[in-house]
Design a protein around this ligand. Sequence first.
Ligand code: KG4
Ligand code: ZN
Length: 345
Amino acid sequence: MPKILAIDTSCDDTSAAVVRDGHVLSNVIVSQTELHAPYGGVFPTVAKQAHKGAIQSVISQALSQAKVRVADLDAIAVTQGPGLAPSLEVGIAAAQVFAQNHQLPLIPVNHLEGHLWSVWANSDEQPTFPALGLVISGGHTFFVKVAGFGEYQVLGETIDDAAGEALDKVGRLLGLGYPAGAKIEELAKQGDASRYPFPLPMKTSGNYNLSFAGMKTSAKNLHTKLTAERPLSQSEVANFCASFQKAVFRAITYKLEKLLINEFTEPVEIWLGGGVAANQTLRQTLTNLVSVTSVRVPPTIDLCRDNAGMIGLVAENKLKHNPGLLSAPLQAIERKPNWPITNVV
Ligand code: KG4
Ligand code: ZN
């Protein structure tokens, strides 16, 4: 079984991992959250510099934590896209130099395909097809029919903000810091989810696309109204979190229910990946849907968020399907900031 060193620098986390036989032996993630906090989002040039400063040590840590020597590696994998161009560039450059120096094959991987397959980390089971992938993160929210490895059909996606982004923006409004998804989940547990009704978007769109921008504007307007005379009490913040989180998940399940009926003939397994997949309420909500046999999630929180472990898993699958990659001559790869998951072969 080949040992693969994987690198991901798609956005604001610098990550390297070692993967072997479907198992993530190490998965080092250096987060830049605090660096970007003053900007209220990811600042690309700051991200690039931070990746440059961290990448070599992250690679060394991934190797030492996995107890793997460079000489034991069979290949190196790197996220080619999608993502922030200046961030992608750093990981790709580091991977290319590493591959060159150590005469290793270099396998480019799609970051979204990584989130999709992250649910299979450390599992010895075999996937069954078709499956329904849900990637829900701070940058992406989409439904994908998985007919096999590399065979993807996007059935619906957000036309504006990602679900995690909407949660983060409302979290900012409530003074919960960034990113806010996990905090909203925590506070929502003490709140009344029916206290503030938010609109259900895209109800009559006739497709499986999603939209969170209107919901976010409603939240902003409601918050302005509620705080006109005094700040929200703790219980009001909890109610706000519970209500908004419910609205975001309701928007997803509304489309999901239609899609399951119309696009699948048999009950299917959901593969839930991306940062928002860490949310227990979402996991439970999806599990309760009719036509869903089970909800498969990444085995750890680190494998939900941006990480290189998931990139290594996809690279390993690519090798299984195309062993010739191991002896392919090293070629320069270009970053692909807008690379869709439907075009990975
Ligand atoms: O996958 P990820 O680390 O980065 C992107 O590719 O975007 O996802 C980050 C997103 C953020 O929006 C964050 O607020 C959200 O995932 N998130 C959560 C939870 N933990 C992280 N959202 C809801 N519930 C959580 N427990
Ligand atoms: Zn991601």
